[in-house]
Design a protein around this ligand. Structure first.
Ligand SMILES: [Zn+2]
Length: 395
């Protein structure tokens, strides 16, 4: 029964340009929030369903640091992200292909999204040379060996990695950037997006285009419209959270979303804080990823319903309470702040794992609450209460 309904949804929500493929990817819009642009949806992939709005934990090197796939399943992660640039350099995409792609290699059987490598090529690699053809760079790893990534290569690598959702190769510009440079990079990104679409052969994977355009609203709009005209399975907003102010980031999201289709997923790349997630759900975003919860956890900085807890602070030396009394994660149910502080101070590896469990639970639970409130039609009130409470920082 469900299959029949799902097939109908597939047909209804599959972009016309993709109707001739046999991809199982689909997005169905379930509900619009009455007082904001927030929306509840469902993405279907060949590795399962994803409820949106969703947060994707980052597993850069085919692992969400310190977490096993079982841990991630228990935390309720429905999709994870992995980084093409890192896996291309080590251990190499052909090796991963031999193991059945990322799903087989890391034994994670739920959906995976890979980025195109663009962001890392522009942020980590040395001696980049950008031409219309692609990017030549020296890696940050293998003794500075020279590599070339073209749009076609970025797709080929992602096909070997076998993620459910793959991304077009884009040029990521620094902030601030002049309008001329932002436009030049945007034009190149649009050409590359078309080449990515033409190069893609694996019909089991969905391909998302990436909106660029720096901090120029009219360029963002143009980028979005051109990508939609080409036709992708979903649309990402890239090049944000690169040092601009929050109001400017939100303005760029607002400049982009109206040009994106209602019936396809919208993904804000590399964002952000819990506040950013709530603010951008409010503006119509469906998907997020960020290293913040996992990276901060390993630094001993925890997210809570009332703000940040820096566990190394002396005030927690004899504190018998959990990181967050309102949190239901296994770390908060079993361990005191005093014990966690001790583990961090002693440099014990368990500290990193317990901290990651808490921070990922906080993010994933936040998105569960966000979805529940959109379903109830109360997201606007939830947002107000959440933001007010989070301002009571205690560190
Ligand atoms: Zn917790």
């Amino acid at each position: 029964m469900r299959n029949v309904q799902q097939e109908e949804i597939n047909i209804l929500h599959t972009p016309i340009s993709a109707l001739h493929t046999d991809t199982v990817f689909s997005f169905s819009l379930i509900k619009n929030d009455p007082s904001t642009a927030g929306r509840l949806g469902k993405i279907l992939t060949s590795h399962g369903e994803i409820s949106t709005p969703v947060f994707m934990p980052v597993g850069t090197q085919a692992t969400v640091k310190t977490m096993s796939p079982q841990d991630l399943t228990e935390l309720g992660a429905e999709i994870i992200l992995s980084n093409t640039y890192h896996l291309f350099l080590r251990p190499g995409h052909e090796l991963i292909r031999e193991f059945g792609g990322l799903h087989g290699f890391m034994n994670w059987q739920r959906p995976i999204l890979t980025d195109s490598g663009g962001f890392q090529v522009f942020s980590l690699a040395d001696l980049r040379k950008i031409t219309d053809e692609g990017v030549t760079f020296q890696s940050h790893l293998d003794g500075g060996a020279k590599h070339v990534i073209t749009p076609e290569a970025a797709i080929g690598i992602q096909e070997a990695l076998g993620a459910d959702i793959i991304m077009a190769f884009d040029e990521c510009i620094p902030y601030p950037a002049t309008r001329d440079y932002a436009q030049e990079a945007l034009d190149r990104t649009l050409q590359w997006a078309e080449r990515c679409r033409a190069a893609k052969q694996d019909r089991g994977q969905a391909l998302f285009g990436i909106v660029q355009g720096g901090m120029y609203p009219e360029l963002r709009k143009r980028s979005a419209e051109a990508l939609v005209a080409t036709g992708f399975d979903g649309y990402a907003i890239g090049g944000l959270s690169v040092g601009e102010t929050k109001p400017l980031m939100y303005e760029m999201v607002e400049a982009t979303v109206p040009s994106l289709p209602e019936d396809q997923p919208r993904y804000l790349m590399g964002v952000g804080t819990p506040e950013d997630l709530v603010e951008c759900v409010d503006r119509g975003i469906d998907m997020f990823d960020c290293v913040m919860p996992t990276r901060n956890a390993r630094n001993g900085t925890f997210f809570t319903s009332f703000g940040r807890v820096v566990i190394r602070n002396a005030r927690y030396e004899r504190d018998p309470g959990p990181i967050d009394p309102e949190c239901g994660c296994s770390t908060c149910r079993n361990f005191s702040r005093a014990y966690l502080r001790h583990l961090f101070n002693a440099g014990e590896v368990l500290a990193l794992r317990l901290g990651t469990v808490h921070n990922l639970y906080f993010y994933l639970n936040l998105m569960r609450e966000v979805r529940r409130n959109i379903e109830l039609g109360t997201f606007g009130e939830f947002k107000k209460a959440f933001l007010a409470k989070r301002e009571t920082l205690i560190d």
